[in-house]
Ligand binder design. Structure first.
Ligand SMILES: Nc1nc2c(ncn2[C@@H]2O[C@H](COP(=O)(O)OP(=O)(O)O[C@H]3O[C@H](CO)[C@@H](O)[C@H](O)[C@@H]3O)[C@@H](O)[C@H]2O)c(=O)[nH]1
Length: 244
């Protein structure tokens, strides 16, 4: 279980406790970018109390993509068969993780999805809902991928499937990283499934989303779409499936 953190001091303790209670078999790596609010010290205390909790300290905020790439390397080197991504802010429910993990029985990648039947968002501002739904729709149309929630950050990968996807690095830095990996999985012909989740807006701390993150996603998806139109990028459409 990889949990990237930037200024999540008020959230990290609770989310780690919930993960450990819901899935005691899951080890946790907190990928901490030297948060000014002292998240690192809280994370270190959690690791001292529980041998299954680890912390990777990085020198500064380098974006979600770089944080996850460092986390993937750690998971591969530790020999984990499954890699899970989850936000630290409580928007992803650890209690729903067993369903996501179960979906890996028939898939290489299981995406927690807000936008399939049974999925939902709670307390998300209208502009975030529109951005997320609009972004997913744009990516689906431009890239021709059959995934409803391409930006979601609650997902599980088989390590053997993930490793080749990121072997040459991933340039996407912000939340576009999530779209990038979905696309890479489909281009590689992997089986991608969507599992309905309930996404609950954080009650403590702040989202790190900003205009640069949105613009990066629009620019990259548009560029990939053009490459696809020119025949250079063709998802081998293993149909994205839904599981319950
Ligand atoms: N280490 C590190 N962590 C980061 C950075 N930027 C964000 N994070 C961490 O990444 C998680 C998601 O960031 P949020 O800022 O809370 O995201 P959001 O706007 O609420 O959520 C949306 O984007 C996420 C990114 O994939 C999605 O996961 C989520 O489902 C949603 O669509 C949080 O745990 C946050 O602390 C960074 O530069 N470095």
């Amino acid at each position: 279980m990889l949990i990237p953190t930037y200024n999540e001091r008020e959230n990290i303790g609770q989310i780690v406790a919930r993960v450990r209670a819901a899935t005691p078999e899951c080890a946790v790596l907190i990928i901490e970018d030297n948060s000014p609010d002292g998240t690192g010290a809280v994370a270190d205390a959690l690791a001292r109390d529980d041998a299954a909790v680890h912390v990777l300290h990085r020198p500064g905020k380098q974006g979600l993509g770089a944080a996850y790439l460092a986390g993937f390397d750690w998971a591969f080197s530790e020999g984990y068969d499954v890699v899970v991504e989850m936000d630290a802010d409580g928007s992803h429910q650890p209690e729903q993780l067993p369903r996501i993990l179960a979906a890996l029985a028939d898939a290489d990648v299981a995406l927690g999805s807000r936008w399939v039947p049974g999925g939902s968002v709670v307390n998300w501002p209208v502009h975030r809902t529109l951005l997320s739904r609009g972004g997913s729709l744009y990516a689906r149309l431009v890239l021709g991928i059959p995934v409803r929630d391409v930006t979601g950050g609650y997902r599980a990968y088989r390590s053997s499937a993930l490793r080749p996807l990121v072997a040459d690095g991933v340039a996407s830095q912000g939340y576009c990283f999530q779209i990038d990996l979905v696309q890479r999985a489909l281009v590689a012909g992997l089986t991608v499934t969507e599992v309905p989740i309930t996404f609950v807006e954080r009650t403590r701390g702040e989202s790190k989303m900003n205009r640069v993150i949105v613009l990066e996603a629009v620019a990259r998806v548009t560029r990939w779409g053009l490459a696809r139109a020119l025949g250079r990028l063709r998802p081998r459409q293993s149909p994205a499936r839904r599981s319950g």
